[in-house]
Structure formats: structure tokens, C-alpha cells
Write a protein that binds this ligand. Structure first.
Ligand SMILES: Cc1cc2nc3c(=O)[nH]c(=O)nc-3n(C[C@H](O)[C@H](O)[C@H](O)COP(=O)(O)OP(=O)(O)OC[C@H]3O[C@@H](n4cnc5c(N)ncnc54)[C@H](O)[C@@H]3O)c2cc1C
Length: 397
């Protein structure tokens, strides 16, 4: 088989890139190792920056998102048994975010691809990217029990942290930067109405907690709760009973005069490790890495999916410009352009994670410093603006 762009991975990065190329009349083939149900049901991100929502709308994938997504104009920081609301529009010149699950973004993009686009092969595992630094790269892959070759002009490695694309960058040319965190998140999905109308980020001496939500499922009329607890990295999700989870959430988000959380049946429970990691460069010859294949952020800043979208918007624009004008400047600048945005998001995610979690070795001095920073955000417009701008994200160039 031959195509212009071989896309490895049907997560948000690969699917949106395929859609943007479809719209521009550039043909592509998407290879995805898992089945469709897995991709559509994997619970992950849920906060779309304004630029991400705008990019999905511009790609014709925004209709259901705009009907069902929940616009949020702020978050609450909770510490010392009190809450402080950060208002986004007044601090950012009108920007906000949208709560709409990654599962739904993927469903919308898959439906569009099948309706109007080129091939999207589920159960197609890429094995290797070959000759990435020539003008005829190839992807070897396995599909339906047979080994196949996809010849192409470009390869987009959108295959996440565990993918194979990155291995095509020679080790002598690659550099990785990493920070692992001494804690993880225990995340649950619960059939319970959200206890607060916006997301609540709570710092507590027992550890961090996050009250988040997902829009109502099809046929339902109320949003459901998506809730997280800081836990030790080796935690087994099953080792926490439902009652223990609710009790611990109540303790960590409690405010003076506040009410306990709304409880309900827990329908999903999983532990997510925390990692900050960047692979440089994001391009080698005609191979472009995008999304989690090139960078990971801890989820505290809600940046992973948004970075993936920023990468593929940048890549699609570069490929279209090159096709239309012959100018390779966008392709040449792809890695540097993306990495500027990536490092900004790494910094924001690092700062949010460090501020809101309790390090296992934290001294009383460390705790006081973090509380001082939270006080600063709650009392100083410049500090609050910095957080609001980081959270809502910088506009795509
Ligand atoms: C619990 C959790 C909460 C999160 N919360 C947020 C949030 O609130 N906001 C946010 O912005 N981000 C969040 N993230 C991060 C976000 O989900 C990721 O950054 C996002 O999924 C990245 O998209 P991607 O397309 O780059 O990679 P992925 O979604 O990982 O997609 C990669 C795809 O490639 C496929 N693949 C892998 N190897 C191969 C192969 N060899 N051949 C073919 N296909 C292959 C995989 O099956 C997968 O479908 C969260 C992540 C987790 C785990």
C-alpha cells in the first residue's frame, strides 16, 4: 500500500491529523494497534483548552462537543479549609476551557474519518519505521495476521509513550529529559452529580485531591463525577474500597461550613503514574513525532491532549504549506516550534503538580512555602493571571 502520510496511532493526535489532512486533500492511512471499542472507551483527558476546542470546530468535529461539552470559566483552589476561585475570562482577555472527554473527541473523529476520509485500520500494529531520513520512508506493520508494508512520503508518529516510532530516531541524535514523581493518581468515575459546578484542586496535608466531572452520558441529563486522589505510586486501585475513597476525598476537600461530597456508585477505578518527559528532536527526516510519543506531562495541568492537538495542527499546516508553495520552512521548524509550546506546558504542569501535591519527604518548611504560593495566587492579580493564562493555554500561532 502507498499513501502520502502514514499515521501511526489513532489517539487524539493521529485522528485529528488524519482529519486535517483529509480536509486539505492530502491522503493518509491511519494504523491503530487496538480495536475501535478500546480507543473509544479509554478514560483519560477531559479538559479542552479554548484553542483545542477551536481547532476541533475548524476541523468540522465540534458539533457534538458544542452541544454536550460543559464550558468552564474558572476553577477553585482549596487549601487551609477554604476555597479561592480563579476566574479565567477576566484574567485572560476572555479565554475559558471546555469539559468534554477524550473518549468523545475520539468517537467524533473516528466517525468523521469513516464517513468522509481515507483508511483507518484497527488491529494494525506498526512494527518499525524504516528509512525515515530518505524521501521514501516505510512503515512495516502487522494486520489480520499478515505483515505488510506501507510506503509513504511522510510518517507521523502519533503512537503515544509506548509506541515504536521514536525508535527510528538514531540514539546519537536523540535526547530525553525526564522527571518522575513520587506519587500517582487514583482516579474514579462515579454515578454521582458533581459536588461543585467547577473543578476543585485541593491541597491538603494528606495529599492532593481533584473534583472534576464529565458531561452527561447519552440519554442522561446530569453530569457525572470524575475524582482523583494523590496516592503512593505502587498503589493497586483495588486495594481502596469505595467507602475509603469517598471518605478520603471528603477529608481532603473539606471546607469550613462546607457539605460532604455527593456519593454514588463507582463505575471505574484506575491508578495513573505521574511523569514529566520530553524527547528531542520531534522530527527526524520525514518522521514527525506528535503528542505523547514525544512528551508526557503529569495530568495536574490538563495539558497532554491539548499539546497533542497543538502538535498536529502545526504539522498539518507545515505539510499543506509545503504542498501548496514548495516552502519547507514549516517542516524544518516543526520540532523547534512544537518544543517551545511543549516546554511551556511542561513548566506549567510541573509548577501545578509541585504546588498542589504533598511530597512524601516534605518538611514543614516546604509546606509553608507552598501555602505561601497559594496565598499569593489568592491575593495577587499578577499571580492569579499567570495561573489562569497557563491553564487556559496559549493560542496556537
Ligand atoms: C488518567 C489520565 C488523565 C488525563 N487527563 C488529561 C486532561 O485532563 N487533559 C489533557 O489535556 N490530557 C490529559 N491526559 C493526557 C492525555 O490523555 C494524553 O496526552 C493524550 O491521550 C495524548 O494523545 P496521543 O494521541 O498523543 O496519544 P494516545 O492517546 O496515547 O494515542 C496513541 C495511540 O497509538 C496507538 N499505538 C501505540 N503503539 C502503536 C503501534 N505500534 N502501532 C499502531 N498503533 C499504536 C495506541 O493504541 C493509541 O491508540 C490524561 C491522561 C491520563 C492517563
Amino acid at each position: 500500500m502507498r499513501t502520502t502520510v502514514a499515521i501511526i496511532g489513532a489517539g487524539p493526535a493521529g485522528l485529528l491529523l488524519a482529519r486535517l489532512l483529509d480536509e486539505a486533500g492530502i491522503d493518509s492511512v491511519v494504523l491503530e494497534s487496538r480495536d475501535r471499542a478500546h480507543v473509544e472507551q479509554r478514560q483519560r483527558a477531559g479538559i479542552l483548552e479554548q484553542s483545542t476546542a477551536d481547532a476541533l470546530r475548524a476541523a468540522g468535529a465540534g458539533a457534538r462537543m458544542d452541544r454536550e461539552g460543559l464550558p468552564h470559566t474558572g476553577i477553585e483552589l482549596r487549601f487551609d479549609r477554604r476555597g479561592h476561585r480563579v476566574d479565567f475570562p477576566s484574567r485572560t482577555g476572555g479565554r475559558s476551557v471546555l469539559v468534554y472527554a477524550q473518549t468523545e473527541v475520539c468517537k467524533d473523529l473516528i466517525a468523521l474519518r469513516f464517513r468522509t476520509g481515507g483508511p483507518l485500520l484497527f488491529g494494525a500494529r506498526a512494527l518499525a519505521v524504516e528509512d525515515a531520513d530518505t524521501d521514501r520512508p516505510r512503515v512495516r506493520y502487522r494486520h489480520g495476521g499478515r505483515e505488510e508494508v506501507l510506503e509513504c512520503s511522510y510518517v507521523a508518529g502519533c503512537d503515544g509513550y509506548w509506541g515504536i516510532s521514536r525508535a527510528a530516531v538514531p540514539p546519537a541524535l536523540a535526547r530525553t529529559y525526564e522527571r518522575t514523581w513520587p506519587y500517582a493518581w487514583l482516579g474514579i468515575l462515579a454515578d454521582a452529580p458533581p459536588s461543585h459546578h467547577e473543578l476543585v484542586y485541593a491541597r491538603h496535608d494528606r495529599g492532593f485531591a481533584l473534583l472534576s466531572m464529565r458531561p452527561p452520558a447519552e440519554g442522561a441529563d446530569a453530569p457525572v463525577s470524575r475524582l482523583y486522589l494523590q496516592v503512593p505510586p505502587s498503589t493497586e486501585a483495588a486495594s481502596w474500597s469505595d467507602t475509603e475513597i469517598w471518605d478520603e476525598l471528603d477529608r481532603r476537600v473539606e471546607t469550613d461550613g462546607g457539605r460532604p461530597l455527593e456519593r454514588g456508585a463507582i463505575t471505574a477505578k484506575a491508578v495513573t503514574p505521574m511523569r514529566s518527559w520530553v524527547h528531542e528532536p520531534m522530527r527526524h527526516g520525514r518522521l514527525f513525532l506528535a503528542g505523547d510519543a514525544a512528551h508526557i506531562v503529569p495530568p495536574t495541568g490538563a495539558k497532554g491532549l491539548n499539546l497533542a492537538v497543538g502538535d498536529v495542527v502545526t504539522l498539518a499546516r507545515a505539510l499543506v504549506t509545503h504542498r501548496d508553495t514548495g516552502d519547507p520552512a514549516g517542516i524544518d521548524a516543526y520540532s523547534a516550534d512544537c518544543l517551545r509550546r511543549v516546554w511551556g506546558a511542561e513548566h506549567f504542569s510541573y509548577a501545578m503538580t509541585d504546588l498542589l501535591h504533598r511530597h512524601p519527604d516534605a518538611t514543614p518548611f516546604d509546606d509553608r512555602l507552598r501555602r505561601a504560593r497559594l496565598d499569593r495566587i489568592a491575593t495577587c492579580a499578577a499571580a492569579e493571571t499567570d495561573l489562569a493564562e497557563g491553564y487556559t493555554g496559549v493560542p496556537f500561532p
